[in-house]
Design a protein around this ligand. Structure first.
Ligand code: F3S
Length: 281
């Protein structure tokens, strides 16, 4: 059995940093370590962090002391001042790519621009960016939202980092007509597209694909969808326990990919298990 592992599978740079920092903080502090929202959409990782003492809160105002890990999605600006005033220590794992968007939104907002964020209004990253322009950004997620953008002198358009390029181009083209001056910043991070591209490449070459990641993780489900376009036998699994071993034994060439929230140890478990089966053939 030959195994091909997609080049850009598993944690992206920002998520890896957040999980490592959380583990390190929990090793050094047994009590009063919190995260503002779940650090990652992966049940196994969350269980591990919680077993080490991490508590998830949804609002910084739920606590009045302790250390709070800020996940890669970032937070609104006013959370920093709340923490400073109350003495809560923030361990900031905002991804540098997200920080770049926050700074752009803040700078242009302060210079009198109306900020438009192309993204999902319910996503924590978008809520966070909006908080860097006094919650006055216009959020555009579909053609229908274009009407919400006022006709105005100065517009600044940014995107959620995980937006697809196609959608960003389509919507920003429509939005820019509303401003006399429109500054457009493509702030998409390429980690997502690289992962999808490498999955596509492998899926074309193999008889079966294993896609590892949370059943509720939207980026993992997207990888499964892409795989199905190019490969007839796709298995989306969360952990080694879900491996359909009897079916996989029939294939000579198997591809493996993993979502952005799938830790290395789960990927290694799956690979080693398949190697074991292969060596016993
Ligand atoms: Fe950062 Fe891109 Fe990951 S913005 S958190 S490296 S998807």
């Amino acid at each position: 059995m030959e195994l091909l592992i997609a080049k850009n599978s598993g944690f992206c740079f920002g998520v890896e940093k957040a999980v490592k920092t959380a583990l390190q903080t929990l090793d050094e502090n047994k009590h009063n370590v919190f995260s503002l929202g779940p650090i990652i959409h992966n049940e196994q990782v969350i269980n591990l962090l919680e077993s080490k003492g991490l508590k998830i809160i949804n609002d910084i105002k739920d606590i009045d002391r302790g250390k709070v890990i800020i996940r890669s999605h970032g937070i609104p600006l006013n959370v920093y001042s709340y923490a400073k005033n109350t003495g809560i220590e923030l361990i900031d794992c905002t991804c540098p790519f997200v920080r770049n968007v926050q700074k752009k939104a803040n700078e242009f907002f302060n210079n009198g621009y109306t900020v438009v964020i192309i993204g999902n209004p319910n996503h924590p990253e978008v809520i966070g960016i909006n908080g860097w322009c006094n919650n006055q950004a216009v959020i555009v997620n579909s053609k229908d939202d274009i009407n919400k953008v006022p006709i105005i002198d100065k517009l600044c358009i940014v995107s959620q980092t995980t937006m697809t390029l196609e959608k960003f181009q389509k919507l920003s083209n429509l939005v820019q007509r509303k401003g006399k001056i429109a500054k457009i910043f493509n702030t998409i991070c390429n980690a997502t597209s690289l992962r999808q591209e490498s999955t596509k490449k492998i899926a074309k070459e193999v008889e079966a694909m294993i896609v590892i990641g949370g059943y509720h993780s939207s980026n993992t489900r997207k990888l499964a969808e892409i795989s199905k376009k190019y490969c007839g036998n796709v298995y989306h699994i969360e952990t080694i326990n879900d491996l359909p071993i009897n079916k996989l034994k029939n294939f000579k060439k198997i591809g493996i990919t993993a979502g952005a929230s799938t830790p290395d140890w789960i990927i290694k478990d799956v690979v080693n298990n398949l190697k074991d089966i292969s060596s016993k053939e």
